[in-house]
Design a binder for this molecule. Sequence first.
Ligand code: 13P
Ligand code: SF4
Length: 300
Amino acid sequence: MQSIQERITALKKKRNAIILAHFYQQDEVQEIADFVGDSLELSRIARDCGEQVIVLCGVWFMAGSAKLLSPQKTVLIPNKNAGCPMADMVTPEDVSALRQKHPNAAVVTYVNSSVEVKAISDICCTSSNALKVVASLPNDEIIFVPDKNLGDYVSRFTDKKLILHSGYCPTHQRIFTEHIDIARREHPGAKILVHPECTREIVDAADFVGSTSQIINYATQSDDTEFVIGTEQGILYPLKKKNPNKVFHMLSPHFVCPNMKKTTLEYVLHCLEEMETEIRIDDGLMQAASQSLYKMFAVK
Ligand code: 13P
Ligand code: SF4
């Protein structure tokens, strides 16, 4: 009797598929993946990989980006209900209204957004390249959607005027300064590393701010040995795997994204068996939305 992992591996070969997973996925999903990364790295691999089928273990917008960058490939999301509430907070109508109000501004859209919103944006960004993307634009005014926290973080590093949308990540938004106070008290020697989706108060109180990959790299390269992590708890798996002799604590036990946890090994197996759910994007949207991603990749 084959284990579920063995069945997934065999099917993956048969389908000429690659499994990509985000750092917030369940441990066993990360373990079965061919590549685990942050949003930017997952898009890059999806764009460049040779396999004909991409199984994207993450949330919908990540699978959408993979399809935009590899329209000729079959992109599957194991659990079609894995959405991102932040991505749903901004609509194309919101962007059009902001553009009308600020006609000289460029629209920078965080990849945590729908294909429809990407299609009417000037350029996309992720949490790891948002500063560079904003700096690369000639405009003095930037409409930044949907994440008000990432936008606020970026605004500290530029003279440009950022016009922020009101979106946020419910998982990162529910972290308060009390969590930092408790962590500093309970782990006085630890460095606090947080994601820029956290609020300004949390970012101000942290020792390091970065995307998921940047947090992992920081902890791995640091001479410090104890860290408090201010992002989704799935990241503990790669952190501990890369740093078996270092100690990691979570800033809050509630740091869980329910959507990221919707993908299980059973869903991955089913997805490869039935080749579902396939991401399909309207031809009309494909060209415009992929442009905003390609422009992001062109920023050095
Ligand atoms: P990263 O791009 O840093 O992996 O973040 C993705 C995300 O959804 C954070 O909530
Ligand atoms: Fe969306 Fe937040 Fe979950 Fe990231 S952690 S996928 S931003 S809800």
